[in-house]
Design a protein around this ligand. Structure first.
Ligand code: PLP
Length: 394
């Protein structure tokens, strides 16, 4: 028996436990401090009524002889796949076949599981800073990873350099943690790069619903050529507050063929072998979010977060602090003032303003000197946090 020794190469992410420890210590020493958490990546608005009603109705159906459902199709019920196909059509003008859409319990699982269909000797490119899941899942498989620096010079949106030799490329747009988002023209450059060397782009658009800039596509498939080189991962988590309800979807185009194999067929084989589908009530709730009323309801929750993002970015504008994000994203990635390191700024914010952010250094080398704030708190807390920041750092 041998263990997968690649697990020894996964760096421990102390980030969130270190944050929790520092906050705990500070609040023990300062029991009266009203701490505001602006580092959270989880949503706070409740599920919309359409989703709740659909969950209840489906639960009632499951308790009847005629309405009971056992195993469903592993790749999702047609009613949800059709709703998703319609959503792609209206939001991005993208036409999808139903068999290209795979419903899952969230983007994180699919982002990890997709690696089953790729050989371990592929070279993987990720941006730095990065959503850690891309790095850890590939480290577990022993793949070589190259890091593309995302910094001020490239607007936190790395492009392929002439010497880049990558087989699998992760692009997250709008980005976690930087909030930066690729335009259609920039994605076209990546698509041409991938096509030129038969590489595959794994496109994570978990935050597509936050896009407001018409130059920023909400799906990579809105860009010509993408169906021949990209797989897209998305989720109801941030769009509809499903972080605890769990539903996501992955699109593997029928035109994506490598070494004579259809990747759609390989993913279908993988999913039917290792996955037994998302529960019927959850799929009903997800479909309800995509109904006319559901879309209006989730839009109002998204507006709530966007308003918070505006409050944060206008504060940074006033303070003259450079930042990215907040516009097409719930994340605001701010340069630490006075040349402070990520952790020094974290401590200053915590101790002087009683506000908690996420140190950028926790997302990769290039995150040093930055801090991530999110718009997922309440209006009241967001405004109070910004008032304190202005007072302390003016
Ligand atoms: N992709 C990115 C970039 C994320 O930030 C997250 C969650 O924070 C996910 C994927 C995971 O989403 P899900 O809840 O669908 O697993």
């Amino acid at each position: 028996m041998h263990i997968n020794s690649n697990y020894k190469n996964i760096s421990e992410t102390y980030l969130f436990s270190e944050i929790a420890q520092r906050v705990k210590k500070f609040s023990e020493q300062n029991p009266d401090a009203q701490i505001i958490r602006m580092g959270i990546g989880d949503v706070t608005r409740p599920l919309c009524s359409s989703a709740v009603n659909a969950l209840k109705k489906a639960a009632d159906e499951m308790g009847t002889k005629d309405g009971f459902k056992g195993y469903g199709p592993e790749q999702g019920y047609d009613f949800l796949k059709q709703a998703l196909a319609d959503y792609y059509k209206t939001t991005s003008g993208v036409a999808l076949e139903l068999d290209e859409i795979f419903v899952s319990d969230g983007a994180k699982s699919d982002l990890g599981n997709i690696l089953d269909i790729f050989s371990d000797d592929n070279v993987v490119a990720v941006t730095d800073p990065v959503y850690p899941v891309y790095v850890d899942t590939n480290t577990m498989a022993g793949r070589k990873i190259v890091y593309l620096p995302a910094n001020k010079d490239n607007g936190f949106l790395p492009m392929p350099s002439p010497d880049l030799e990558a087989d699998i490329i992760y692009l997250c747009s709008p980005n976690n943690p930087t909030g930066a988002a690729y335009t259609k023209d920039q994605l076209k450059v990546w698509i041409d790069y991938a096509l030129s060397r038969d590489a595959v782009i794994l496109f994570d658009c978990a935050y597509e619903a936050f896009v407001t800039d018409p130059k920023v596509p909400r799906s990579i498939f809105a860009v010509e050529g993408a169906k021949k080189c990209a797989i897209e991962f998305c989720s109801f988590s941030k769009t509809a507050g499903f972080t605890g309800t769990r539903c996501g979807y992955t699109v593997v185009p029928n035109d994506l063929i490598r070494e004579g194999m259809k990747l759609q067929k390989m993913w279908l084989r993988r999913q039917t072998t290792k996955f037994n589908g998302v529960s019927y009530p959850v799929q009903c709730a997800a479909a309800a979010c995509l109904s006319k009323t559901g879309l209006e309801e989730i839009a109002s929750n998204l507006e709530y977060y966007k308003y918070n993002a505006d409050v944060i970015t206008s504060t940074f504008d006033e303070l003259g602090w450079p930042y990215t994000g907040g516009k097409n994203s719930p994340y605001v990635w701010v340069k630490c003032p006075d040349g402070l390191s990520s952790w020094d700024f974290f401590d200053a914010l915590l101790t002087k303003a009683n506000v908690v952010g996420t140190p950028g250094a926790g997302f990769g080398q290039n995150g040093e000197g930055f801090l991530r704030l999110t718009s997922f708190n309440t209006h009241g807390n967001t405004m109070e946090a910004m008032r304190r920041i202005k007072e302390v750092f003016k």
